[in-house]
Design a protein around this ligand. Structure first.
Ligand code: RTP
Ligand code: MG
Length: 175
C-alpha cells in the first residue's frame, strides 16, 4: 500500500513523530505539480459590465500571478486568427463578431497547474451548466457570452500567450 505524505523527508519524520503508523506502508513524495502559464481573456461582455476588477481579484485570490496584462480591442481578423481552431463550426462567425465588438482584457497567468486550475475556477463553457461560484456562473450570460476565455492545454497556452504578448512583456515571479 502506498501512503503519500507531501513534502518529503521532513514531513515524513513529522508524521512519524505524531505517531502515524508507517510500518507496512511505502512512503512516497506527492507528485510535483509544475508551475505553468495559461492565457486568460476577460471577454467584451464582462468588460462592458465593469467586471474586470472583480475577475482579476478572484484570480489573484485563487493563487494566480498576473505576469502580463493589457486591454485591447481586437479587429475581426485578429479574433478570427485567435479562434482559428473553431473555423467551420456553427458558432464561429457569432464568436468572432462578439470577440471584436468591444475591448477585452488579456492576461498571462502563472501558478502550479495553471491550465487545469484556471478552467476549474471559470467553470463550464455554458454558464447555465457551470458550478456555483465559478467565474462563468457569476459573470457569464449564455454559452456565447460567457465572460472569460481560458487555454485548454499547456501547449495551447504557450501559443495563445504568444499571440498577444512579446516575451519581454511577460514578467515571471521574482525569486
Ligand atoms: P474558451 O475557448 O473561450 O475558453 O471556451 P471553451 O474552451 O470553454 O469553449 P470552446 O469550445 O473552446 O468554445 C470557444 C468559445 O466559443 C463560444 N461558443 N459558443 N453558441 C455556442 O454553441 C458556442 N459554443 C461555444 C463561447 O464563447 C466559447 O467560450
Ligand atoms: Mg476553448
Amino acid at each position: 500500500m502506498v501512503l503519500v505524505i507531501p513534502g518529503g523527508t521532513g514531513a515524513r519524520n513529522a508524521a512519524r513523530a505524531k505517531g502515524c503508523r508507517t510500518r507496512g506502508f511505502r512512503l512516497e513524495r506527492a507528485p510535483h505539480m509544475a508551475r505553468e502559464r495559461t492565457l486568460s481573456i476577460i471577454k467584451p461582455d464582462a468588460v462592458e459590465k465593469n467586471h474586470t476588477g472583480a475577475i482579476v481579484a478572484r484570480l489573484e485570490q485563487e493563487g494566480f500571478l498576473v505576469c502580463a496584462m493589457k486591454r485591447i480591442h481586437l479587429t475581426r481578423p485578429q479574433a478570427e486568427g485567435f479562434y482559428a481552431e473553431h473555423k467551420g463550426r456553427g458558432f464561429f462567425d457569432e464568436l468572432c463578431t462578439f470577440m471584436s465588438r468591444g475591448p477585452i482584457v488579456v492576461m498571462a497567468l502563472e501558478r502550479e497547474g495553471a491550465v487545469a486550475k484556471y478552467r476549474e475556477v471559470i467553470g463550464a463553457t455554458d454558464p447555465a451548466k457551470a458550478d456555483a461560484n465559478t467565474v462563468r456562473k457569476l459573470y457569464g450570460a449564455n454559452v456565447g457570452e460567457n465572460a472569460v476565455h481560458g487555454s485548454d492545454k499547456v501547449e495551447t497556452a504557450i501559443r495563445e500567450i504568444g499571440y498577444f504578448f512579446a516575451g519581454y512583456e511577460v514578467a515571471p515571479a521574482a525569486h
